[in-house]
Design a binder for this molecule. Structure first.
Ligand SMILES: *[C@@H]1O[C@H](CO)[C@@H](O)[C@H](O)[C@H]1NC(C)=O
Length: 404
């Protein structure tokens, strides 16, 4: 049965790469990046290997194999089709908040702490995931959660931390995922309202975009590590692998892109001021995407990173030092001090450029997470019948709609 799981994973990846090959929009530019990426990948693999070796030593007391997660899941999927799905009509406007009930996702044998009803948020065996829920991206967030559960061997061991700032979406989450371990936190937009400066893309000015700065303050204090996920992505691998990331002495982990031109994320006035640009002295800063991060919350709290980020946002209000939204403060504080994670955990940019209708291709290599960062979103393109080829990989996780 473990073989079955491996085979399914393999098939899934084969389909993804076949799709990527078939719709090959790869420009020379991307190919060039690919070769450089391979070198970075190699370095990452080596450090990843050391981390994995360490983890293996720590985690090997019971080397039992994982029995039939897929089998359990397909039967519960089958059952859920027999049940009449629960629809939500009490929300306004109803068409925007209609989600089908997801299948029941059960832990495979061998998962630690698999008794769902005794799990509390402080259970040390949990995998913690934080994600924002807002009206605009709700469909994406629900699909992201669905994808995490679908591809996890121990879905009941995952605890979701949902950050909201407009309406309470708790009942909606409960109806869509009846078995889910989760907690909803209210993020007051006023906290950042005065700190947000206008950016090149209006979508980047949403207060909830900045909630990732405050996870250490918002989440329960017993939660010492969290995976932050954006709402426009799907996880197509077991998230526990990402959870096991070795952060070493770093506070956050993320895939780094050292080939990207780092200069362009800040204005000329930033670079010409020694007071500002001196912050990067002694580091080799690389771009990273803040849509997927593993965060050591205990360390974050101890070293007061929220205040450090806020300080840069205050500077931005006075002396425009960057053009984008919530990303640059993260780069200012962490770039060059990030624990590297494999690029397969954030295949970003699938939303395309700001040019309407532009489709992006995957970066070379294995894929564990697809991220539609950029202005295009798969649900909008699918709805308007103008999808990009990779949008069809998002579609299976979509739970939006009244009936089938
Ligand atoms: C990086 O970007 C800056 C500003 O956009 C530009 O002046 C510089 O030439 C670029 N460097 C490289 C190596 O492309």
């Amino acid at each position: 049965m473990a073989d079955l799981k491996a085979m399914l994973t393999y098939t899934r990846l084969a389909i993804i790469s076949a799709l990527a090959d078939r719709f090959d929009f790869t420009s020379k530019n991307i190919k060039r990046r690919g070769r450089y990426g391979a070198r970075v990948m190699w370095i990452w693999r080596l450090s990843g290997f050391l981390c994995a070796a360490l983890l293996l030593i720590v985690l090997t007391p019971s080397p039992q194999s994982f029995p039939p997660a897929e089998a359990i899941r397909s039967s519960s999927l089958y059952r859920s089709h027999l049940r009449s799905p629960l629809f939500l009509s009490s929300y306004q406007p109803p068409d925007r908040f209609s989600f089908q009930r997801a299948a029941t996702f059960l832990n495979a044998a061998g998962c630690v702490g698999s008794v769902a009803n005794v799990i509390g948020v402080c259970d040390p065996n949990l995998v913690h995931v934080a994600i924002t829920l807002d009206v605009e991206y709700l469909r994406g967030s629900i699909a992201a959660v669905h994808s995490v559960l679908t591809n996890s061997l121990c879905p009941e061991s995952i605890f979701f931390h949902f950050i909201v700032s407009e309406v309470s979406l708790e009942n909606l989450v409960r109806s869509t995922f009846p078995q889910l371990n989760f907690k909803v936190y209210y993020f007051d937009p006023e906290i950042v309202r005065n700190l947000i400066s206008t950016s090149v893309r209006q979508a980047l000015e949403q207060p909830l975009n900045y909630a990732r700065n405050y996870l250490a303050d918002l989440l329960e204090v017993c939660v010492n590590r969290v995976i932050y996920l954006d709402s426009d992505l799907v996880v197509v691998d077991d998230i526990s692998e990402l959870w096991g990331t070795c952060l070493g002495s770093r506070t956050i982990g993320a895939p780094e892109y050292c080939h990207a031109n780092f200069t362009k994320y800040f204005t000329t006035s930033f670079w010409s001021s020694g007071r500002f640009s001196g912050t990067f002295a002694g580091r080799r800063p690389c771009y990273f995407n803040t849509g997927v991060m593993v965060i050591d919350l205990a360390r974050w709290r101890r070293l007061g990173y929220t205040k450090k980020i806020e300080r840069w946002m205050e500077i931005q209000k006075r002396d425009r030092i960057y053009e984008l939204g919530s990303l640059p403060p993260f780069l200012l504080v962490f770039a060059g001090h990030v624990a590297p994670i494999g690029h397969r955990w954030n295949q970003h940019g699938l939303g395309g450029d700001n040019v309407r209708g532009s489709c992006r291709d995957l970066h070379p290599g294995r894929v564990s997470l697809l991220h539609w960062s950029g202005s295009g979103k798969p649900w909008l393109r699918l709805d308007t019948k103008q999808p990009c080829p990779l949008d069809f990989l998002w579609a299976p996780y979509d739970l939006y709609g009244q009936s089938h």
